[in-house]
Design a binder for this molecule. Structure first.
Ligand code: ATP
Length: 318
């Protein structure tokens, strides 16, 4: 699976991309580049436009406006050629339950243009790469959720694509299976494959992505390396204010008023109030501690904090 990695060359270029579903603008004029060999994440609440963006990228859904090029090819004009250099893993694995594991791979390779002989050879390679050799003859029903995800990724790699597009590759997996998928995505990246993936797991984005875009309502709110995005929006450390049980409703209200008056960046997570200091190191909460009895602890800021600051806390799709 070795491919030449040229870190500075853009493999994907997206500009002014729009998708309308009747009255709904699902993607609202976004643009980004993905370098060859990079792992690029799309993050955002439900309905943000991630899947729609990836479907357009993979040539599965036409854009309403704007352009996408992959490996120098315009997706709108050269859809078939573009599909030859992209492997797609959708949210639903789409495995054929009537075929055993190796037949699923061979059939996909064959449909992707490999000769029968090439498909058999390539199946052995990807089964080895994804540690699925011992399951070659297993029925799909006999696989665990984690194995099915790995098989879906293996299948997308059958035609040795330059770009792997994955919609939530580890949703629903237990931590062990998720780790296994991460290891294998790491190995694919090592071999030079460019990856675009969506995820709702901030730890997954921090672990795998070189850069990421945070989307909401069809727009990109920010784009950058995970560390850079965290520093920019929430600083280095987060202050966690744990209000004492004896605090009155008035004291709590006074604390919120003070936070608002001082123009603080804060979010309420369960019984705690998290205070962040964009571009700063450690938020100074000395003006807050006299208002109500509280315990203050600090922890390093992470992507989840950015996500809440940028996309708010209201529930989506409910
Ligand atoms: P999730 O995290 O829930 O997968 P997402 O960020 O992938 O969300 P999309 O699936 O791209 O979001 O949806 C963006 C918007 O477009 C949503 O409002 C959704 O309801 C709408 N949408 C998506 N597909 C269609 C479709 N085929 N027809 C009409 N509206 C659609």
């Amino acid at each position: 699976m070795s491919q030449t990695q040229v870190a500075t060359e853009n493999l994907v270029h997206v500009s002014d991309l729009v998708k309308d579903y009747d009255e709904l603008r699902a993607v609202d004029g976004i643009g980004f580049d993905v370098k060859r060999g990079e792992t690029f994440g799309l993050l955002g609440p439900n309905g943000a436009g991630k899947t729609t963006t990836m479907r357009m990228l993979a040539g599965l859904s036409p854009a309403t406006d704007g352009s996408i090029t992959v490996a120098g090819m315009d997706v709108a004009k050269s859809g078939r050629d573009v599909r030859n250099v992209i492997g797609v893993v959708t949210q639903h694995d789409g495995l054929d339950n009537s075929l055993v594991v190796h037949r699923n791979l061979e059939m996909h390779g064959y449909l992707a243009g490999l000769s029968y002989r090439e498909a058999i050879k390539r199946t052995k390679e990807v089964l080895g790469f994804f540690n699925l050799e011992s399951r070659a003859n297993a029925s799909i029903h006999a696989l665990s959720g984690g194995m099915k995800r790995r098989l879906a990724i293996a299948r997308a790699m059958m035609a040795s694509p330059q770009l792997l597009v994955m919609d939530e590759p580890t949703t629903g997996l237990d931590p062990q299976s998720r780790n296994r998928v991460w290891e294998q995505l790491g190995a694919l990246k090592e071999s030079g494959v460019t990856i675009i993936m969506s995820t709702h797991y901030m730890i997954e984005a921090e672990t795998l992505c070189d850069r990421l875009a945070i989307m909401d309502h069809g727009n990109i709110l920010d784009i950058g390396e995970p560390d850079e995005v965290v520093r920019h929006h929430v600083g280095a450390e987060v202050a966690m204010l744990q209000i004492g049980d004896s605090a009155t409703r008035e004291e709590r209200a006074a604390l919120r008023r003070q936070l608002e008056e001082e123009g603080r960046d804060y979010s309420e997570v369960g019984p705690r109030i998290l205070v962040t200091a964009p571009r700063g190191t450690k938020p100074d909460v000395s003006t807050l501690t006299d208002i109500v009895e509280m315990r203050v602890t600090y922890r390093p800021a992470h992507l989840e904090d950015v996500f809440l600051v940028l996309t708010g806390r209201e529930l989506r799709d409910e």
